[in-house]
Design a protein around this ligand. Structure first.
Ligand SMILES: NC(=O)c1ccc[n+]([C@@H]2O[C@H](COP(=O)([O-])OP(=O)(O)OC[C@H]3O[C@@H](n4cnc5c(N)ncnc54)[C@H](O)[C@@H]3O)[C@@H](O)[C@H]2O)c1
Length: 443
């Protein structure tokens, strides 16, 4: 366990005060004391926050191996705006950490940053799965809080215990947003607003809003094999979201930037292209096709299969988020992309080959309404300012991903029934549902 003094940045310049006047050089926070309360008896290492006004401490946040006695923790806040926070002994609030990218990011940060502590705040919707984090749940630098980012009381309490925020929690599936946009507005817009307000009040040092390239809308179609690269989204491209999902992400993205402009909150927005890799639910194109191919089931491709996406391995995205958090410029937007444009049909054909499936299983199904034709993204500022670029070649990353699904059959079989539940349906226990027949080309 790192020492209880958290130092952010080396500068001695005074920290600017935010609206709540919380710019003090130091602050006392009390952890532990209330005992550990499992959020769910099935999940013994999960914790919830005490809702009792008389006990504002976060239950479960105490040093591993320590008794449950209250101990004061003094957090020294020396950072000032403009200086990226050092990740030395920093407590990070990571929301949505039980999802696909979130769980990969938890693992990435714990293994690459040996002195940070993570609080994962996740509602465990159909998309959140603590099985994704089974290998880190005993890590003394990791804590799970079961809760909703749209719950102001809870969020305020958690925010008091952290220095920086990485907001990944979202309703993320475009097809579901076509069925009902309501949960998307609540989590993606209201939830982000609640986090921003609480971050401002608590005086957190940095707020990274994880957005998406879908906020830019679509590009005219272009053959990805042609020599002409064609237009790409840049950070300056006007936002023209076309699905309810991307509209709510754009709202959250702009809200976050407005808190930088208006309230001087240190905000960074990242917009990334299509991720793939381990622990992605098989409602998304690549894992759906892999799992169907492994079973010899039909491979349903939307429309003509010529929609173009830019694919990035989730580990490259995680490295970008880490760099945005540590090196990013306050108020900046960073695109992340894989430099890998492929048609959906090309991706499916590669999966068929990697799995050794029958190409005859590819079937074309009715297209999704408003299905964006092409995304392509440039990432000059991430390269120039963060020293970031994607490292994992798509064809290699795809093969390792196929291998991962081949060796984690129990995982994808158990999540599959859960993931196709409508967002308004209550959670249910896993049942052997037949595989779904539709997919999204976009989380
Ligand atoms: N997957 C991609 O290709 C991609 C690309 C660019 C950006 N993004 C963004 O990255 C983030 C993570 O994407 P993902 O694919 O891992 O999503 P995901 O659907 O796999 O995970 C979302 C997580 O958020 C949690 N969550 C949902 N509502 C919540 C709430 N109200 N409070 C707390 N937790 C809640 C879920 O339980 C789940 O664990 C999202 O913000 C998404 O918009 C995703």
């Amino acid at each position: 366990m790192p020492p209880p003094v958290t130092s952010l940045g080396a500068s001695s310049a005074p920290r600017q005060e935010n609206r709540a006047g919380r710019g003090a050089a130091s602050q006392d926070i009390v952890y532990g004391g209330g005992g550990i309360v499992p959020a769910n008896p099935m999940v013994p290492r999960s914790f919830r926050v005490s809702r009792s006004p008389s006990d504002a401490s976060i239950q479960g946040f105490r040093s591993n191996g320590c008794s449950g006695r209250r101990r004061p923790l003094r957090i020294v806040r020396e950072a000032h705006r403009g200086a990226p926070p050092s990740l030395s002994n920093v407590r990070i609030l990571l929301t949505g950490g039980a999802g696909f990218i979130g769980s990969n990011l938890v693992r990435f940060l714990l293994s690459h940053r040996t002195d940070v502590e993570l609080i994962n705040l996740d509602l465990l919707t159909y998309a959140g799965n603590l099985e994704n984090l089974a290998d880190v749940e005993e890590n003394p630098r990791y804590r799970f809080v079961h809760g909703d980012i749209a719950d102001p009381e809870l969020v305020r309490e958690v925010m008091e215990a952290v220095d920086v925020v990485l907001n990944l929690a979202a309703e993320s599936h475009v097809d579901r947003s076509v069925v009902s946009a309501t949960p998307f507005v609540r989590t993606n817009v209201t939830g982000t607003l609640v986090l921003l307000e609480a971050a401002l009040e608590a005086g957190v040092e940095r707020f990274v809003q994880v957005s998406t390239d879908e906020v830019y809308g679509e590009l005219p179609w272009r053959d990805p094999t042609s020599a002409d690269p064609g237009p790409r989204f840049t950070e300056e491209t006007p936002l023209r979201p076309r699905s309810p999902y991307s509209a709510t992400k754009a709202a959250a993205d702009l809200l976050a930037l407005s808190y930088h402009t208006t309230h001087d909150l240190d905000v960074i927005v990242t917009r990334c292209s299509n991720n793939y890799g381990p622990y992605q639910l098989p409602e998304k194109l690549i894992p759906l096709m892999i799992t169907h191919a492994l079973e010899g089931a039909p491979l349903p491709v939307y429309g003509d299969g010529l929609h173009v996406r830019d694919w990035i391995h989730v580990e490259d995205h995680c490295r970008g988020l880490d760099l945005a958090l540590t090196r990013g410029r306050p108020g900046a937007v960073y695109n992340f992309g894989g430099d890998t444009e492929r048609t959906n049909l090309n991706v499916v054909n590669q999966i068929v080959e990697a799995v050794g499936a029958d190409p005859e299983t590819i079937t074309f199904v009715e297209d999704r309404p408003g299905h964006d034709r092409r995304y392509a993204i440039s990432f000059g500022p991430a390269r120039a300012e963060l020293g970031w670029e994607p490292r994992i070649v798509f064809e290699e990353g795809l093969h390792t991903t196929v291998d991962w699904y081949r060796t984690h059959e129990e995982w994808w079989r158990s999540v599959r029934a859960e993931e196709y539940r409508h967002p308004d349906e209550p959670r249910r226990s896993v049942s052997p549902d037949p595989p779904p027949t539709r997919h999204s080309t976009r989380p």
